[in-house]
Design a protein around this ligand. Sequence first.
Ligand SMILES: [Ca+2]
Ligand SMILES: [Ca+2]
Ligand SMILES: [Ca+2]
Length: 201
Amino acid sequence: MMKILKSLGLIGAVVAVAGGATYAYFSDTETSSGNTIAAGTLDLQMSGEGTVPFSVTDAYPGMPAVKRLVHVKNAGSINGHLQFTGATVSNDENGLKEPESSDGDSTDGASGGELCANLEVQVSFVGGASDVVLYPWGSLAALNPTGDALMPAAAERDLKVEFRVPGTVGNTIQSDICGINYGLKLVQDVNQDGTADEDGH
Ligand SMILES: [Ca+2]
Ligand SMILES: [Ca+2]
Ligand SMILES: [Ca+2]
């Protein structure tokens, strides 16, 4: 037993001496320089017939649908989602004609028209990987578009908006003028992986 303890004492002495030595191990360093972070861009551009105001005259109950295309492009550098933001309308009576009055129309003036309330509309995105119907044929007054379309950087496609006058409308829309504005919005694809915009679409 004493021999073992002596041996341990010897080892301890050697460690104590080694603890006082100066080390010279290998090492090396590198520097990563010139790093920057630049923000990308998201830029919605419109072109084509849809950028020119259209004017339909002499609309009538049962007329064929009027189609308008708006060409859109994500001119930015990051992925986005294209949304239709809806429409705002104005209802000009444009003079209360005798057939209108005979059918019970008594509201005149700049906001007395009935045409907007009787128009039907359909809204789609076309020309991309797959068409997206945002609002199937329905009342313009109840327009409630849902969904969107993925628009990667540099992607292009068309917004298709169609209008029609149902054959059941009758005389109350005679000479009325419906003014229509509609809009588009391009929002960021949150994580740039093509899965979700800010609304979780
Ligand atoms: Ca009226
Ligand atoms: Ca009217
Ligand atoms: Ca009128």
